[in-house]
Write a protein that binds this ligand. Sequence first.
Ligand SMILES: Cc1cc2nc3c(=O)[nH]c(=O)nc-3n(C[C@H](O)[C@H](O)[C@H](O)COP(=O)(O)O)c2cc1C
Length: 266
Amino acid sequence: MFHRIVLSPLTRQRSYGNVPQPHAILYYSQRATNGGLLIAEATAVSPTAHGYTDSPGIWTEEQVEAWKPIVDGVHAKGGIFFCQLWHAGRASNTDMQPKGQAPISCTDKGLDLDYRLPYSPPRKLATDEIPAIVEDFRIAAKAAVKAGFDGIEIHAAHGYLIDQFMKDEVNDRTDEYGGSLENRCRFALEIVQALTKEISSGRVGIRISPFADYLECGDSNPEELGMYMAQALNEYGIAYRDRAQNEVRGSTVPGPTKFGSYEKGF
Ligand SMILES: Cc1cc2nc3c(=O)[nH]c(=O)nc-3n(C[C@H](O)[C@H](O)[C@H](O)COP(=O)(O)O)c2cc1C
């Protein structure tokens, strides 16, 4: 039995030391309903993925174990719980990165604004480093299922790493991950492919925001970008796609949320 009331992912910054805390059992179970879908807050896939202090991760055993009772609390109320997998990319700073390194991105162009953090200039990933980031998402998805989550949502919105690759105002690459729409969306779709293979398409959702320019991450043709992603995603039969925020009246891009096989249950 499912219904259509969904809790949006909401960053709380209460996962001290990047480990989810017991108070989250109460927080998430209070928001759970029988048959309702909850999306957990943005959860880092690797040590380089954090962009806010005290955001949770799912890249250590300790984090996986800490998520388990939180997921159990939601399940006890009959809720369905997806973990939002996230990499902040350049929306981070050296204090948050392993060994004080520069945050990684598709570019070495930094952010001008200091919104919630003083952002540090990023380091542009070499082409041969990109498969390892896809792999981080795959391992994190596997860990999320191990923690008991019913599925995962890929955070490909709001100016974070995947969105940085997709948008032509940020992506200045000349390799197969930059330039054409197909190239800019390659990273996102490689992650979708890896995750559907790892945990099955019915357990994978995605959040995109083609029209948003949050974190200085805009695109010159969001309509075309959104349509391209919507059509490409149809090939994978994933559980749902969510087009987050910044609705544009009259846009033909499907949205905001399209449910697929998730409705049929797992
Ligand atoms: C405090 C706060 C934290 C948020 N954290 C996330 C997040 O972790 N992941 C995400 O995709 N969106 C995040 N969002 C965006 C929300 O999920 C939602 O899309 C946004 O608030 C718009 O919905 P609303 O009009 O109902 O507020 C956050 C929003 C707020 C206000």
